[in-house]
Ligand binder design. Structure first.
Ligand code: TPP
Ligand code: MG
Length: 806
């Protein structure tokens, strides 16, 4: 075990009076000690059953004091669940709020980070108001909302730092006074040593080195990831050793890399000051590897570390506990006396205890009135039905009842009294219905920002055409749309693989980098996770990124970032943060196993919280972009891979007409059957409809245009009311997005009641399509497949009129 001497000369106190210096240090110690108490008490709260799970920052307190000292207003943090001390030191969290989150208190303001939705130590600061409008982000210490997947914070971190570069270098952004002061903000990242094994860590480290952005990554190294020691995690068991090649030198840019012991308070203060100055002033990424940290209480409340740490390791951890070491240094260097320290510790214990009690009592007190009301209401019904008295008595005697117990009692009483109508029952019913509103707000609201710039608030502007309107390639429609919007809004930026210099693989951005500059339209490395993270970070800082995934098939490489971080952001923060990223990609049928994908059900399943636009051509895509560019919610737009060279008529207002989201269109009217399809398949359906009309079958074709949201004006069910037959056609797997569409139309829109035959789906095969035209023909729905499926449905309904063809 290491046995370094305590450093005593590493904090530069030359400009402070001894008393000032002393009070800073003692205050730091107080924060660290309070934080430790919060961890100890927090664990106890879980073990006694008052909270469900706890993960704490014990053993990581002292480096976070140093990090907090270097962190200024306007800076950003993207970290993980160990950072409570940092949150206390910066004022991002109070100790009471920390406990409120531990108890999952959903009362407004109790857990200001997630509204009681996230596990403890998942912090966030308020970037936006209820109506989606921005706060002044230069005036606060910003904390992007934490997520639990380890390493998941790294992708977003790249974007948070990249925003500083754009704010510093692009003078056109100077008017955005509430977002940046000349790009001087540092993005601080934290990550555990074991999580540096994740691919996203390496991707982010490389991206920031290439981009040269002010990103400061701290690695809290306690030599373990739960039970798995460093020898299974990291080559040479030393991440900064591994990353040495990233160190900059006189000839080549790169990183400044620092290594410091996590129990050495003065050394930590010095390193952080130095590192963050380099990062902030020179816009150079820095990495601070903080070693020799411990976990006094083990990883989390899920188990004890005595199971997997050796006796030697455990006794080393006791000896090298960073708070103990800081205490010893304070005594040794005469910063404080034993009595002074003991006084701080005594007060801290009382303070934390009180904060915990207050948080717990407030949580219970928020539910008690509901409990009492329900007990009274059910008791009053008992005169009609004696068995209800038991339910009321049960609930009355439940100490520390939570909402679940209250509502279980209410719903049981309502069920049991279904055939005993009484005024008392009506009162309980009314109470229950009224509470549903509050519970929806507490537990189900804010999947989207739903503010004043939500997509459905954007005015609908029709495309304008006249005799002069030209027929152009689809890609030129997009190009003109992007051009006009980039001229209109300096916040727009676009980036992705091959997007800058050549203007993307299908030329949608051709010529625009030359016009708007490399800062706004730029190439990136092949790194889908951090392209998405770049978008998230920029969007969180007030910019409007178009983050491109070259082919829809490669969205899978970024799905974790989109699902865990972007799609969940509004919900997990209960609407205090937003990231209106527009993910641009292209998909559906083309050629080959990885260039003709349409994995729509994967997206539908993973990205609730985002909008999903599936335009049938580039004009519709442009209209959707025009809506999204003016709105503030994230979306994926899937352009049709096989549509860039097809001719379309260029609207006169290509940069400003809008296609509203959720607005389905009847593409062709018909009377016999409704066919719902989207994207590239629609052209095939239209071709099939032509032949079907020769066979005397009239097809109504509907394009929902967006799948999230889906047909908000009930176009599908209205069509079904007329035709009574339904076929869904798409290129996803069987039971994929077509099943989603059936659920929407048959169940939500109640289309079931209009059917006179079995509804059907026609999708691609379960495998991906083989390369070549024949691979496509035998794997994806063809014109022939559609004609025959529809004909068969008509035959089933009327075999005389439509005799069997096979
Ligand atoms: C993507 C992902 N995989 C696995 C987990 C489960 N998990 C939670 S914490 C953890 C260990 C992390 O260790 P480290 O990064 O060293 O951080 P420490 O907890 O030691 O501070 C694991 C495996 C997770 N949360 N996310
Ligand atoms: Mg660790």
């Amino acid at each position: 075990m290491p046995n370094e001497k305590l450093m005593t000369n590493a904090i530069d106190a030359s400009e402070l009076s001894f008393n000032d210096f002393k009070s800073i240090v003692i205050n730091d110690y107080k924060i660290a000690f309070e934080s430790r108490q919060a961890s100890v008490l927090g664990r106890r709260e879980v073990l006694t059953g008052k909270a469900k799970f706890g993960i704490f920052g014990d053993g990581k307190e002292v480096p976070q004091l140093a990090m907090a000292r270097a962190f200024k207003n306007g800076d950003w943090r993207s970290g993980y669940y160990r950072d409570q001390t940092f949150a206390f030191a910066t004022g991002i969290s109070t100790i009471k709020e920390f406990f409120a989150q531990l108890y999952a208190n959903p009362t407004d303001g109790a857990d200001p980070f997630s509204g009681g939705r996230q596990m403890n130590c998942h912090f966030a600061t308020k970037s936006i108001n209820e109506d989606g409008s921005w706060n002044d982000l230069t005036q606060i210490k910003n904390c992007s909302s934490d997520i639990s997947p380890t390493g998941g914070q790294m992708a977003r971190l790249v974007g948070l730092a990249y925003a500083s570069k754009l704010f510093r270098q692009n003078k056109e952004l100077d008017y955005l006074k509430h977002f940046s002061v000349s790009g001087n903000e540092v993005a601080f990242g934290t990550i555990g040593n074991a999580s540096t094994s994740e691919g996203v860590f390496f991707e982010a480290i490389n991206a920031a080195g290439v981009l040269q952005i002010p990103m400061a990554v701290s690695i809290w190294d306690d030599a373990y990831g739960i039970s798995v020691p460093a020898k299974y995690q990291t080559t040479k068991e030393d991440i900064s050793e591994v990353l040495k090649g990233f160190q900059r030198n006189a000839d080549q840019p790169g990183y400044e890399i620092y290594k410091v012991k996590g129990w050495d308070y003065p050394a930590l203060c010095e390193v952080y000051e130095k590192a963050i100055n380099v990062c902030r002033d020179e816009h150079v990424p820095v990495l601070i590897h903080v070693t020799e940290l411990t976990q006094p209480q083990g990883h989390s409340t899920s188990g004890s570390h005595e199971r997997y740490k050796s006796k030697d390791r455990l006794s080393w951890e006791t000896e090298y506990d960073c708070i103990q070491k800081m205490r010893a240094w304070m005594l040794e260097s005469a910063v404080a006396t034993e009595e002074e320290i003991a006084e701080v510790e005594k007060n801290a214990k009382v303070f934390v205890r009180n904060a915990q009690k207050e948080a717990w009592n407030e949580f219970l007190d928020s539910i008690k009135p509901e409990q009492k009301q329900v007990v009274d209401l059910i008791s009053s019904m008992a005169k009609h039905q004696p068995e209800l008295a038991k339910i009321a008595a049960n609930l009355a005697s439940t100490a520390d009842a939570q909402r679940r117990e209250v509502f279980t009692a209410v719903r049981k009483a309502i069920r049991l009294s279904a055939s005993f109508n009484s005024p008392e029952r009506n009162e309980l019913l009314a109470w229950y219905k009224q509470q549903a509103k509050f519970n929806h707000d507490r537990y189900n609201s804010k999947l989207h920002t739903n503010g004043k710039e939500s997509p459905d608030m954007i005015a609908v502007v029709d495309a304008v055409y006249d005799e002069q309107s030209k027929m152009v390639d689809g890609r030129e429609v997009l190009n003109a749309c992007f051009n006009e919007n980039f001229a209109r809004d300096p916040r727009l930026v676009a980036f992705g693989e091959d997007l800058g210099n050549i203007g993307d693989v299908n030329q949608g951005f051709a010529g625009l980098q030359a016009k708007y500059g490399e800062l706004r339209i730029t190439d990136t490395g092949i790194r889908e996770m951090t392209i998405m993270g770049q978008g998230i970070g920029l969007a969180m800082r007030g910019l409007k990124p178009i983050a491109e995934i070259q082919y829809l098939d490669y969205l899978i490489f970024a799905l974790n970032v989109l699902s865990d971080d972007l799609a969940s952001l509004s919900y997990r923060t209960k609407g205090i943060q937003k990231a209106p990223v527009i993910v641009r990609t292209r998909g559906h049928r083309l050629e080959g196993i990885w260039h003709s994908g349409s994995p729509i059900s994967m997206i539908l399943g993973a990205l609730r919280g985002m909008h999903l636009c599936v335009p049938r051509n580039m004009t519709q895509a442009a209209g959707m972009y025009n809506t999204l560019f003016r709105a503030d919610e994230p979306a994926v737009v899937i352009e049709c891979l096989n549509g860039y060279r097809l001719k379309e008529k260029l609207p006169g207002n290509v940069g400003s007409f809008t296609v509203p989201l959720g607005k389905a269109e009847v593409l062709e009217e018909g009377t016999d059957i409704t066919v719902i399809s989207y994207g590239s398949s629609l052209r095939i359906v239209q071709e099939a409809a032509e032949e079907l009309s020769l066979l005397g079958i009239s097809v109504e074709i509907i394009d929902p245009q967006t799948l999230l949201p889906f047909d908000t004006t009930q176009v599908c069910v209205n069509s079904l009311a007329k035709t009574n037959k339904l076929l869904v056609v798409d290129e996803d797997v069987p039971g994929g997005a077509s099943a989603y569409i059936l659920q929407k139309v048959l169940e939500e829109q109640k289309g079931y009641f209009h059917l006179d035959g079995q509804p059907k789906t026609l999708s691609a095969k379960a495998h991906r399509p083989p390369f070549g035209s024949d691979g496509d023909y035998f794997s994806k729905p063809s014109v022939d497949d559609i004609i025959e499926t529809i004909y068969q449905m008509m035959h089933d309904a009327n075999p005389t009129k439509y005799p069997s063809i096979f």
